[in-house]
Design a protein around this ligand. Sequence first.
Ligand SMILES: [Zn+2]
Ligand SMILES: [Zn+2]
Length: 585
Amino acid sequence: MNKENNLDPLRHTLAHLLASAVLELYPNTKNTIGPAIDNGFYYDFEFPTDVKLSDKDLHDIEKKMKKNLNSWKEFTHKEVSEKEAKAHFKDNPYKLELIEEIVGKGEKITLYTCGDFTDLCRGGHIDNPSKDIHGDSFKLSHIAGAYWRGSEKNKMLTRIYGLAFETKERLDEYEKQKIEAEKRDHRKLGKELGIFTFDDDVGPGLPLWLPNGAEIIEELEILAKETEKDQGYKRVRTPHIAKESMYLKSGHLPYYKESMFPPMEYEGGKYYLKAMNCPHHHKIFSFSQRSYKDLPLRLAEYGTCYRHEKSGELFGLMRVRMLEMNDAHIYCTEEQFADEFRAVNEMYLKYFKIFGIEKYIMRFSTHDPKHLGDKFVNEPELWKKTEDMVRNVLIESNIPYIEIANEAAFYGPKIDVQVWSAIGREFTLATNQVDFAVPKRFNLTYIDNEGKEQTPLCIHRAPLGTHERFIGFLIEHYGGNFPLWLSPVQVKVIPIAEAHHAKANEIYEKLKERRIRVEIDLSKEGFGKKIREAKVMRIPYFIIIGDKDIEISKVTLESRDHGQIGQLSEDEVVERMVKEIVERR
Ligand SMILES: [Zn+2]
Ligand SMILES: [Zn+2]
């Protein structure tokens, strides 16, 4: 997310610079596309088959970029005909394909030139790169394989990644954070801590939650269910598939088709795996004639959705093909909307506090009146009213937010929630949406207090996002050191020698009775090794029992985060655990 201090032009310009350097050093290379990304830029190339890039080569390319930068004083561009464009890129099948596509969409073809390098591009550069880009604020970082257009059916290209920031200091800071993030990589820790895995026979992007991961999920669901129950939500459960007709009605077909799994033929019709829970919930709303007395109706479900993501874009738990969403739909009247929206925000704040999320922002996307009727559903008054209400609630609740015009969803304003992990990396956790078009498509109505039929508003909300993304975030946020209440194993009892087994079993049973997730290590391993193993698994507490403890009828409590706590009675230990768990500290 760099729309706020927009680094996209800088980064995109550097992608051009990279391509210029590569084509000079490796003349027979075919350049394809090179966008700006979150931390910099990349460019995909097809190198001649005899070229195998090494780190040293990256260094040389980077040097060349820095040299070329000096002479990059100005971008010029011109619109060209299809013929001219094709002549320019006659040896580059990738560019030819892109040109075809631009022509197909009826868009203009533009060529951008800076220094000696010309590329097919839509624009968005730094005006004077030599002046506005510091040579030490970017660097090439690594190489990866990438399929052309992300599809495994296509050729594998070489992607060169670069990092770029406004200053060298920001670049250094980013790199430091990255080293920390690697240590906390959710894919690495997820495996080490027995949280999740993937299996080829199950399929890419389809996570298998291991017992430790399932424990974390259970706890998150308990938290969500308690919170939602307190706020008057009603739980529902819906099938994972539905007939084509429903998705035609919801508009997911054909508009969202790309993101859905292909249909299965069944009983003479088509069924789709559900990509969203909303249509199912709408059907539950319309199960009976609703009256204003039924509203607000808040339907909640940890709903499982399936989405088609290109295999090249799958990424650990962050980009998956199956997701379990902390979903709910709130059907309400216009009068009730502000209060409902406020309550959703309060729920967020409650969760942020529990998870120690200190930095967050809401990106509030609004409509643009110029595009009513094409990009945005034509309900000018409703747009204004709901946007004003959302804005007021955000201001009243003192929630940091930024407003972005013209980026709302088709059917209403939306709020993306961005949070920062403990090491300062940014994640998008969830999106809330206001919806005033779909209820109409589904003919959702209620009878108001004058006996007239009305269409409710619908709020889509998912504060804990999906289990996949949220747990991926939490693994990094906590660095694997989950707080006690979320830890898959909460306490480990470790007797020093066999003579202490009986006493160890005693406290083990007491903890178990209170449903604390406890393990006991009665193995013949040395004491040091037992402790090390518990530490590797990031278990928050261990209870050690030796002669000195038995003498005074106590046990020694040690904490992962605070070290030795001291000798306590069994009951003291149990009560301390229970309190910390209940308070979700
Ligand atoms: Zn460009
Ligand atoms: Zn929804």
